[in-house]
Design a binder for this molecule. Structure first.
Ligand SMILES: Nc1ncnc2c1ncn2[C@@H]1O[C@H](COP(=O)(O)OP(=O)(O)O)[C@@H](O)[C@H]1O
Ligand SMILES: [Mg+2]
Length: 405
């Protein structure tokens, strides 16, 4: 799939932006704080309907307009998916109520018709790669859960919906646990929330078991290639409780456990989850938080059996991240038979010649790629040939004279 046209209105620093983007490779060139990353963020928004970097989506609305009673930021793209054209539109709306407080909501439209997440996730896919994404490997489990959620929900819309519901259930359940602890609510009320937690949570766990396993198959192969056979990359899913342990109380070795989990049915996972939260009930009431479930999951990234998050060198981590990102492309392609759009934010400048060459070889297969850079120097001449170069300056964008290179 690829973008044909992108238009932004009152989005970040752009009052109005229109870009014809049918070409395969687009290079966005400009100094710092000119709006390059914002353009990639907008494109990625149409794949996930959440910003990969903002704390809250309201930050995406141009701040010069938010003093008005109604501020609307818009991201609209015409896309081509297997020869069919579609228009995707996201409207970010901030409305002042009677006491002057802003209320945020978003509307999503496909071909002019309002849609729920369930019906629009998966229409457009993108993979984004920024230098600071080494955090996925280096930082805490939250970064890895975010990584998982963002790519899995693009191929499995039900996953995105379950995640949103699950997170609502955890919040409500935590509030109830605190009330029970303070004796202002009855323990019996927990049953209802336990049921919802298990329902949504088990579906998330099952999707993660499968997606991580599939992603690993791509990343092991790609990482072998990138490290010339020196490193075996493994992705080890560590759910906050092991749904397998309940099966007769048997522990398995980690690798066979991972494979055995693939056979778990939804009901088995639910059963395991249910038993675990029942066993944890007293503790959960005492602490006032939901201690088990996919919001506490972990996924370790291992090279030759060593946890890269703990022991990885800078170079190892960068290569592993490149493997993960290329695997994400392949996984999404495997799910839809369409290449996602690849968004690379100042990636090339960070890479040594070897990794840059490896990345360029993969890019040759893809349908559309957007790259940002502060200077053109790191881009080999052969790579610039036939591609479109955009100058991004102060919220404006124009095709560079160097486009004929
Ligand atoms: N909601 C917003 N409204 C207006 N300007 C914004 C908003 N959010 C960010 N900006 C501005 O956009 C610029 C950052 O854009 P960014 O895409 O990160 O630039 P680049 O990637 O080219 O360095 C900054 O000048 C910042 O102040
Ligand atoms: Mg930037």
């Amino acid at each position: 799939m690829h973008l044909l046209h992108l238009s932004l209105t009152n989005y970040r620093a752009f009052t109005r932006l229109d870009m014809e983007v049918q070409h395969r490779i687009h290079l966005l060139v400009g100094g710092n704080a000119q709006g390059k990353t914002s353009i990639l963020e907008a494109i990625y928004y149409l794949a996930t309907f959440t910003s990969f970097q903002a704390q809250h989506d309201r930050e995406l609305i141009n701040y010069l307009t938010i003093d008005e009673n109604l501020a609307v930021g818009r991201i609209v793209a015409d896309i081509d998916r297997a020869g069919k054209q579609h228009r995707i539109e996201a409207r970010l709306i901030l409305e002042k109520n009677y006491n002057g407080n802003g209320r945020f909501r978003k509307e999503i439209l496909l071909d002019g018709v309002k849609k729920g997440l369930q019906d629009i996730l998966g229409v457009f896919n993108a993979v984004i790669f920024l230098p600071q994404m080494t955090r996925i490997i280096e930082d805490g489990p939250e970064e890895r859960r975010r990584f998982l959620n963002l790519f899995i929900s693009q191929a499995l819309p039900g996953y995105g919906v379950n995640l949103a519901e699950y997170s609502r259930v955890v919040t409500q359940r935590n509030a109830l646990l605190k009330q029970i602890n303070e004796r202002s609510s009855d323990v019996g009320q927990l049953d209802y929330w336990d049921e919802l937690l298990v329902q949504r949570g088990a579906a998330i766990i099952q999707a993660r078991i499968r997606a991580i396993n599939e992603l690993e198959q791509y990343s092991t192969r790609i990482h072998q290639e990138l490290t010339h056979g020196n490193e075996v990359l493994r992705l080890e899913y560590q759910p906050s409780f092991d749904p397998l342990i309940q099966q007769g109380g048997q522990y398995h070795l980690p690798i066979s456990r991972q494979t055995a989990r693939l056979d778990l049915g939804l009901d088995e996972i639910k059963h395991g989850f249910f038993q675990q939260i029942r066993a944890a009930r007293t503790e959960e009431i005492a602490r006032g938080v939901t201690t088990l479930g996919p919001h506490r999951d972990e996924m370790r990234v291992l090279a030759n059996g060593i946890d890269l998050g703990v022991y990885g060198s800078r170079g190892q981590i960068r290569t592993a991240l490149l493997s993960l990102k290329l695997s994400e492309m392949n996984w999404l392609h495997g799910k839809s038979d369409q290449w996602p759009v690849l968004l690379l934010d100042e990636i090339m400048a960070e890479m040594d010649l070897q990794r840059r060459g490896d990345l360029l070889r993969h890019i040759a297969d893809y349908e559309q790629v957007f790259l940002t850079t502060t200077d053109l120097e790191p881009f080999a001449r052969e790579f610039m040939g036939g591609n479109i170069i955009w100058e991004v300056k102060d919220g404006f964008v124009r095709i560079s004279d160097q486009a004929e290179l």
